[in-house]
Design a protein around this ligand. Structure first.
Ligand SMILES: Cc1cc2nc3c(=O)[nH]c(=O)nc-3n(C[C@H](O)[C@H](O)[C@H](O)COP(=O)(O)OP(=O)(O)OC[C@H]3O[C@@H](n4cnc5c(N)ncnc54)[C@H](O)[C@@H]3O)c2cc1C
Length: 430
């Protein structure tokens, strides 16, 4: 598309936030370059699922993103469960009870049901929408200056530099952009351990069915227990079952520089001893050598602002959340939609207006980012019967999930963008 604006932007990081933002901007005629530290785009081989707000945001960013998602997304395999987000199962029973099968507690539905994609496959599809020459690899951001000429000068670890009129950090939970924006000494420079960790695995569907039967293997389930929960949903068009097994601990994480550590299947089995045979059967199918993921977030120390001058942060860089709502990546895409719509607004005439765009973005996105982080931790505790005032009362658990999911998923993203644009116009036309 021919350039619609006379300024150019740099995006740091090419994960889901960076790629969806770059695609959304390019399709609005805004010049953008991506600087990614890795030597190619890449995601891990696990699943990620999207709530209804995320799917609206995909369409708004660019139809191609939504089409890519539809191409690779896997829904619950039974048509009777198409609107089921998760069947919630009591996987532990009363104290000391060993359950053969988890007991169905309740079902949570939404307008789209469960939508799982294999991360790497989805990313591969997104990459096809990024024109050649957009991405620069092996570029790990080291420093960032805003000079008197109004340019942002980026320096990378390989000694090279680049300039742009504005920079958007999409560099994830350990964002360098956030650190440079607020200083290394600011608490938000370092995410905090949530005291939950997760084993992740993908197992062939055939084996999963042999272990837990068709209904539970082919459709999304949340197995609940004390201080732990295990979620499963089908990916790869039903060929594979994605498993994430969370535990809460009071111990510190071994090394806060690394979010993963090597573990064994035996560790997972030990952690979930006493859980239903469904849970134990699934864990036995995972690889002998597993990675365990520490769940960090920015809930306790959120960044005071998502912008400073001509630099902004988007996605996990701004609001890295624990994954219990299944909405972190969805919020990245929502951010991308809002940011792209603001930058493309006809009131934005030149690079001087970008600061107003970024400050509007900060005003309209911060509360939602912070709500997601808080709510995600609360909902994770709710699944594990740890939430104060709720415990193992399944009626209350169900109610808590329903209202919180609605706050995240049942929103009108086009209207959100419209409101943001009208706020921006007020600012620019004042
Ligand atoms: C266990 C788990 C399960 C989850 N499940 C879900 C789910 O089901 N649904 C959902 O919506 N969300 C889920 N999430 C959250 C989701 O994964 C994240 O919100 C999302 O991937 C963040 O995307 P991002 O692009 O902001 O960051 P990232 O994916 O972290 O991408 C950041 C990119 O920036 C690059 N980068 C970093 N530093 C630099 C630098 N200095 N210079 C240049 N490049 C740099 C990185 O290499 C990377 O490519 C889950 C998270 C976890 C941990």
């Amino acid at each position: 598309m021919a350039p619609q604006k006379n300024f150019d932007l740099a995006i740091i990081g090419g994960g889901i936030a960076g790629l969806t933002l770059a695609i959304a901007l390019q399709h609005r005629g805004i010049k953008v370059s991506i600087y990614e530290q890795a030597h190619k785009f890449g995601e891990i081989g696990a699943g990620v699922s999207f709530s209804p707000n995320a799917v609206q945001a995909m369409k708004l960013c660019h139809d191609g993103i939504y089409e890519s998602f539809e191409k690779v997304c896997t829904r619950n395999q039974w048509s009777s469960k198409r609107q089921v987000w998760f069947d919630y199962l009591d996987a532990y029973g009363e104290e000391g009870e060993q359950l053969e099968r988890g007991k169905h507690a309740f079902t949570i539905t939404n307008s789209l049901g469960q939508n799982g994609v294999h991360r790497a496959t989805f990313l591969d599809e997104l990459v096809k929408l990024v024109p050649d020459g957009t991405a620069n690899f092996g570029k790990r951001l080291k420093s960032l200056e805003q000079n008197d000429a109004g340019k942002c000068v980026m320096e990378f670890e390989d000694g090279t530099t680049a300039q742009a009129d504005a920079v958007i950090g999409c560099d994830g939970i350990k964002s360098k952009t956030r650190q440079l924006m607020h200083g290394l000494d600011h608490p938000c420079a370092h995410p905090t351990y949530t005291h939950k960790y997760a084993y992740r695995g993908v197992v062939p569907m055939k084996q999963a069915i042999e272990s837990i039967g068709e209904e539970r293997a082919q459709n999304s389930c949340m197995h609940m227990g004390p201080d732990g929960h295990v979620l499963t949903f089908p990916v790869n068009h039903g060929q594979t079952l994605n498993i994430v097994a969370f535990r809460t601990t009071d111990k510190p994480w071994v090394n806060s520089d690394k979010l993963t550590a090597p573990a064994h299947r035996e560790d997972a089995l030990k952690d979930f001893a006493g859980y239903s045979n469904d849970v134990m059967g699934l864990l036995k199918l995972t690889n002998e050598n597993l990675d365990v993921w520490a769940i960090f977030d920015l809930r306790i120390n959120p960044p005071p602002s998502y912008t400073k001058g001509r630099v902004a942060i988007v996605g996990d860089a701004a609001h890295a959340t624990s994954p219990h709502h299944g909405a972190g990546a969805g919020l990245c895409i929502e951010d991308a939609a809002v940011m792209a719509e603001l930058l493309a607004d006809e009131a934005v005439k030149n690079s001087n207006d970008v600061e107003a765009v970024f400050s509007t973005f900060n005003e309209v996105r911060k509360e939602r980012g912070e709500f997601l982080m808080q709510s995600s931790q609360r909902i994770g505790d709710t699944y594990e019967w740890r939430a104060e005032g709720i415990g193992r009362d399944f009626k209350k658990v169900e109610h808590e999930i329903n209202w919180r999911n609605a706050a995240i998923g049942d929103v009108d993203v086009p209207d959100m963008c419209k409101q943001a644009r009208s706020k921006l116009k007020q600012k620019l036309l004042a």
